[in-house]
Write a protein that binds this ligand. Structure first.
Ligand SMILES: [Zn+2]
Length: 1263
């Protein structure tokens, strides 16, 4: 952004004078030595410095001078701001933020940016600011907000010079957030960009390969890793890491066959990795695991010892050593190794489990129970129920034994209490000493010298709340309403301290997340110890108890461990965290007098040590490459942090879940608009937020409540409305204002209708040609940048709870005349009816639904392709994780393909099977009807599952008019507004096929088949007819609540647009989101209005047909354009090319609705301006624009890299132009691969004069 740079230079100049004056005054008054002023040269140098330099100023090498200058500038600015009592231009704060950012003083950068944000209403125009803000958020691992800031940068300035850095960081953050599709897209966008960024392309490629691995796409990962190894001059560190990953992958995964073969691949990879980096304790550890798995005990020991010598001793390594000893029948040594493991990491579930098994094998069940209890308490224990069963079993056993038999027995091993206090062998203590030192220094060996930023220790110190303070805080919070001013002040202080402390946790959590991934792969015990205790089931518990989920710190957006497909499932369990890591305090009552707490704190350090650990974080992405592959050997700092402070733990767990944690967090950090809009409707804490959270018109909510009650009967027809509004009175539906513009922050995309936006095209183009001249017309101001779109906030005031289950607008049709009665169309498209069920439509129109029955489909095209989604058969309206332990939003399903014939077979056999099961149940029920205890026990069980898998045949393409002639012809019997093709359907004006939108799709279902939550592509309306024979159940949420659902998705680490999610109805109820719920019977047509969110499940066996429709209304057009922009912000392709469509509309459609007309006209004008500006810029730069024209039915074009729509000027690679394959790029992507476009030709599809003519001839018609 040039403008920003200019204004800041000006600011700096102005400031220089000010500062001189001020400094002079100060010097004369106080006789101070150093005048605080900047020389002209310094000001010039500073004028060029902003966030874009981040990562590119070598502060630590030749940049020492720069650092001094920046430091001086910061002091100057600060003193001036102080002097002016903060009343300086907002740009000062922005610049100060930049300087602090470049000095890596993140907290000061954040507060300066915060001030700028609150002062500058159009802060969003300042890309350098947004970028700096994103970097600061990234540093604090506040990924949710960093993502928003970065996406805003790309939206307001797609050609931003650090776009590559942004894509890289977005890729990393989405990877951590388990949004792998988005992650891959951004990594690829970073990779094609030839500009510099802070990672080499080898490193980016590594991340892509690792992304595949994370998704368990091992073959793709292996391929990508191996390809990377072919790279010339591959940096040693990258090479070592790649080889390490390859080795570990071969050891862990079923890539190559049996165990011996696996290790024969894995071991050489790890050895080569150690050649490239001999100091990697991680590789040594992995190597040890490989040797151990093939029984090379001696080699394994040697490797483990090496690993420890490389100062990466960790609980995992010790745990593995324990396993090895146990295998060698050396229980005492095993015991000591396990004790080392759990002393290093109190929450190490696997080590506790192993220790428990060890005790069991030595016939010491009491000790075993204690260990299992500790394991169960760990957050990382994923199989608590199995463990609980085992504990119960042992306890029962103990009860049955005479007390004496236990006491008299000579113990093979010391009790756990004794073991805990045994002197630890020297080799271990020295190692642990080193560990403690490492923690205190906050250094991370793996990263070597790469971590650059260190907060001063004392700053961190002050952020730690003592237990007493926390208790005090709790008391104050509890009495919030009855505090005197002093207490209130105290509360505020404590809360902000608490929030800061939480932010540090936040950082750690996110850092820990990277670790959790690899720890899933590399848990010490997944190759099962061979000793004989415990059941197979129990071993399974051991093997899964190794996940390091850090979610107990409960931060909203990124608390889900990545990597393991199951991990998102386990991570949400809010098990009894908090005590984890605290041992023996209650159960065991150590027989000796000494307390064990000192032992504990020896490893965890006091809170200040734990906090000190935080400071080692750096904002350099190198950190992430390390973390991404880092080992379980990394200290698990979040656990260490809270391990010895139960009150703190409890507070974190208890409160962070509720509103206190996140709420106060926002309070401190809510400098991003999205945060405001999300958290608070009524309080506007900054001028700009007041704009973005403008309260909705009271009218819209009133109308909503009326909506569900009103029942209109049309006097002159057999139509019978049950719920809903607008039918039978066409006036009522046109009179009502669309509640579109008033209450949504996205409304700026299309400006308010009161402003005239229809100047003649020549005026606009004239203005475009002379951009520097004064007196620009209004239109050009209007055509200035749009703020990034935002999801709407939850409608205010919230609906009362008894309005959250509104009746569904339904219409009963009796005959054909009813179906063609015009108000029916108006009823359906009335924005106040999010959904309409038209009952009995097939009957009224005498539609032959049999044409879509499975039997007929098989007869017609049995080999036709069916996309299959393999899903879990879920109970009722709920969505549980695969283990059935908790309800979740995520509902991923595997995709595959089959044919109609094969799916038909499946559908039929599923039906028969269910009949058989039904019969069996009936007989069973007869047999056990008197045994009530069994059934009540079953129903009382909280745990669900395991779930049956089912197959859903989806997205079957019926577009081929030859193959599906009869079927498609039958659908022409529908009234025009619901037809696949009609003059009043915007999608018929696109001019080409958009599969599934302006063509018919078929769905073949068995009970439980689920279509996850979504809005239709570009918010178009949809038509869905149930063919039967079974029913479908629908869940529908009005369009204006999509922002709330988007928030829920983000909270659950889901991508609202791309992921599969099934809303938890309890969550929606809590958030006052109304849900329409109804059954769609065979022959019923469901009309989903523009933007309505919905999800569907099959109740019985049935087929459905569906397609999209775009009614010619202002509401539809507006929502489509808004989604088009939102998609752009989110880097998601818009299936409807709205630019192309808008021009077609101007050519083909007569518009009489002034609102719709103005919106279209505005969009055309904007595009016209863009085309003109771009064309002139190209010509001015000497780039030839080659006339290409277009054929009549030529589809709209999309950029082959970033998938935005490309209109008129197509950037085509020279090569593909010669070959006439025409691979299209947008300008920005073209420039990323070829800065001066030398590899591209620019093809022009429309003459500007023609576009001008279309624009001018498009006028409002009166009806
Ligand atoms: Zn592009």
């Amino acid at each position: 952004m040039k403008s920003c740079g200019v204004s800041l230079t000006t600011a700096a100049v102005a400031f220089g004078d000010e500062a001189k004056k001020m400094a002079a005054g100060k010097a004369s008054r106080e006789g101070e030595e150093e005048p605080l002023s900047l020389t002209v040269e310094e000001r010039e140098a500073l004028g060029d410095m902003d966030s874009r330099l981040f990562g590119f100023v070598r502060l630590h090498e030749d940049g020492a001078r720069t650092k001094t200058l920046l430091g001086k500038a910061v002091r100057c600015y600060e003193s001036l701001i102080l002097k002016a009592e903060g009343k300086v231009e907002s740009d000062f704060f922005c610049q100060l933020g930049h300087f602090n950012l470049l000095l890596e003083d993140y907290s000061k950068a954040l507060s300066a940016y915060q001030r700028y944000y609150s002062l500058q209403a159009d802060y969003w125009k300042n890309a350098a600011f947004l970028y700096g803000l994103g970097l600061v958020y990234f540093y604090y691992n506040a990924f949710h907000w960093a993502i928003k800031a970065f996406q805003d940068v790309l939206y307001v300035d797609p050609s931003f010079c650090r776009a590559k850095e942004i894509h890289l960081r977005l890729g990393l953050m989405f990877k951590v957030n388990t949004d792998y599709k988005s992650s891959l897209k951004h990594f690829q966008l970073a990779l094609i960009d030839c500009n510099p960024c802070t990672l080499s392309s080898a490193e980016i490629q590594f991340h892509i390969a690792h992304l595949y691995e994370t998704q368990r796409k091992y073959h793709s990962a292996k391929e990508a890793y191996e390809q990377l190894l072919q790279t010339e001059n591959l940096p040693a560190q990258v090479k070592a890491t790649v080889l390490q990953q390859l080795g570990w992958m071969h050891h862990n995964m079923d890539l190559v066959g049996d165990k011996a073969t696996k290790e024969s691949y894995a071991i050489p990879y790890l050895q080569k990795s150690l050649e490239a980096d001999p100091n990697s304790g991680q590789s040594w550890y992995f190597l040890g695991r490989c040797y151990s798995s093939i029984g090379k005990v001696q080699d394994a020991f040697v490797s483990y010892r090496q690993s420890i010598d490389k100062s990466e001793a960790s609980a995992d390594t010790w745990c593995s050593i324990g396993v090895l000893y146990q295998q060698q029948n050396q229980p005492m040594d095993a015991l000591q190794a396990y004790i080392c493991a759990v002393q290093l990491d109190h929450g190490h579930a696997a080590a506790w489990m192993d220790l428990g098994t060890l005790y069991e094998s030595c016939n010491q069940p009491q000790d075993a129970i204690k260990c299992y209890l500790n394991a169960a308490r760990s957050k990382r224990c994923s199989n608590t129920s199995t463990l609980a069963a085992r504990i119960k079993f042992l306890q029962a056993q103990l009860c049955n034994l005479p007390q004496s038999s236990l006491q008299n027995k000579t113990k093979l091993l010391p009790s756990i209490e004794e073991a805990w206090s045994l002197p630890i062998p020297a080799e271990l203590t020295s190692r642990q000493g080193a560990m403690n030192t490492a923690q205190q220094n906050g250094s991370d060996n793996w990263n070597g010298g790469q971590s650059l930023s260190h907060h001063p220790v004392q700053q961190v110190y002050s952020l730690c709340l003592t237990p007493q303070k926390l208790q005090h805080l709790e008391q104050l919070r509890a009495n919030r309403d009855n505090l005197n001013p002093a207490q209130k002040h105290q509360l505020e202080q404590l809360e902000s301290q608490f929030v800061l402390m939480q932010q540090m946790r936040h950082k750690e959590v996110a850092q820990g997340l990277h670790k959790s991934q690899s720890s899933c792969l590399s848990g010490p015990n997944e190759e099962q110890p061979l000793f004989s205790t415990g059941s197979a089931q129990y071993h399974q518990a051991t093997s899964t108890g190794i996940k390091k989920s850090n979610e107990h710190l409960t931060l909203p957006s990124n608390s889900v461990p990545q990597g393991d497909a199951d991990s998102h499932l386990s991570s949400h369990t809010a098990t009894s965290g908090g005590q984890q890591g605290i041992m023996f305090t209650k159960e065991s009552k150590p027989s000796k007098n000494r307390s064990l707490v000192p032992e504990t704190s020896r490893h965890t350090g006091d809170p200040s040590n734990g906090c000190a650990d935080v400071k080692g974080l750096s904002n350099h992405v190198h950190q992430l490459i390390a973390d991404a592959v880092s080992s379980p050997n990394h200290g698990d700092s979040p656990n260490l942090l809270i391990a010895d402070n139960p009150q703190l733990s409890a507070l974190l767990i208890g409160k962070a879940n509720g509103n206190v944690g996140t709420g106060t967090c926002d309070k401190v950090n809510n400098i991003h608009p999205a945060v405001h809009t999300k958290t608070d409707h009524s309080v506007a804490s900054s001028p700009s937020s007041a704009i973005s959270t403008a309260t909705p018109s009271p009218k819209s909510t009133e109308q909503r409540s009326i909506n569900s009650v009103t029942s209109l009967n049309s006097p002159h027809s057999g139509l019978h409305t049950v719920n809903g509004e607008g039918l039978g009175n066409s006036q009522s539906s046109t009179k009502v204002d669309l509640p579109l513009v008033s209450h949504r922050s996205t409304s700026q995309i299309i400006p308010s209708m009161s402003v005239s936006i229809c100047p003649s095209s020549t005026e606009v183009l004239k203005a475009c040609r002379n951009p520097g001249k004064n007196g620009l017309s209004n239109s050009c101001i209007l055509l200035d940048k749009c703020p990034p779109p935002r999801p709407p906030t939850s409608p205010y005031p919230p609906l009362p709870k008894d309005k959250l289950n509104p009746p569904t607008p339904s219409i009963y049709l009796e005959n054909k005349r009813d179906a063609f009665f015009p108000p029916l169309h108006q009823f359906c498209t009335n924005p106040k009816n999010p959904v309409t069920v038209i009952r009995g439509l097939a009957g009224a129109l005498k539609l032959d639904l049999g044409l879509f029955s499975t039997k007929t489909l098989v007869e017609a095209n049995n080999e036709h392709i069916v996309e299959v989604r393999t899903q879990l058969l879920q109970p009722a309206d709920e969505n549980w994780d695969p283990t059935g332990t908790k309800k979740i939003w995520r509902c991923e399903s595997n995709r595959s393909h089959t044919t109609i014939a094969k799916y038909a077979q499946y559908q039929a056999s599923s039906f028969q099977e269910s009949l058989r099961e039904e019969n069996e149940k009936r007989t069973q029920h007869k047999d056990h009807s008197d045994n009530e205890s069994t059934s009540s026990e079953n129903s009382g069980r909280r745990r669900k599952g395991p779930f049956k898998t089912i197959k859903f045949g989806t997205n079957i393409d019926l577009s081929d008019n030859k193959k599906w002639k009869l079927q498609l012809h039958e659908l022409t019997k529908l009234p025009a507004f619901a037809r696949v093709v009609s003059a009043g359907n915007l999608l018929s004006h696109v001019g080409h096929t958009i599969l599934g939108m302006n063509t018919v799709q078929l769905y073949m279902k068995v009970p439980g088949s689920r279509t996850p939550g979504h809005q239709e592509n570009n918010n178009f309306c949809s038509v869905n007819i149930n063919i039967g024979p079974g029913d479908c159940e629908w869940f529908v949420v009005p369009e204006d609540y999509w922002g709330v659902l988007n928030d829920f998705c983000e909270k659950n680490n889901l991508n609202f647009l791309m992921s599969s999610w099934w809303p938890n109805l309890e969550d929606l109820y809590e958030a006052n989101v109304p849900v329409y719920r109804f059954i769609q019977r065979p022959g019923d047509l469901v009309w989903i209005n523009a933007g309505t969110v919905h999800w569907v499940q099959a109740v019985g066996w049935c087929n459905n047909i569906a397609w999209n429709v775009g009614p010619l209304t202002a509401c539809q057009y507006k929502l489509a354009v808004e989604r088009y922009e939102w998609n752009k912000l989110k880097s998601v392709k818009s299936p409807v090319p709205m630019v192309h469509l808008s021009w077609n509309m101007a050519r083909n459609i007569k518009v009489s609705d002034p609102k719709l007309f103005e919106m279209i006209k505005y969009c055309l004008l904007k595009i016209l301006k863009q085309c003109q500006t771009l064309r002139e810029a190209l010509v001015a730069a000497g780039k030839e624009v080659i006339w290409h024209g277009r054929t009549n039915d030529e589809p709209a074009h999309y950029c082959s890299i970033c998938e935005v729509e490309v209109f008129n000027l197509l950037f085509v690679t020279n090569e593909s132009n010669t070959q006439k394959t025409y691979i299209v790029h947008c300008q920005d992507c073209a420039r990323k691969t070829s800065r001066s476009l030398e590899n591209f030709v620019v093809l022009e599809q429309y003459k500007i004069e023609d576009l001008i003519q279309v624009y001018d001839q498009f006028t409002l018609v009166s009806d």
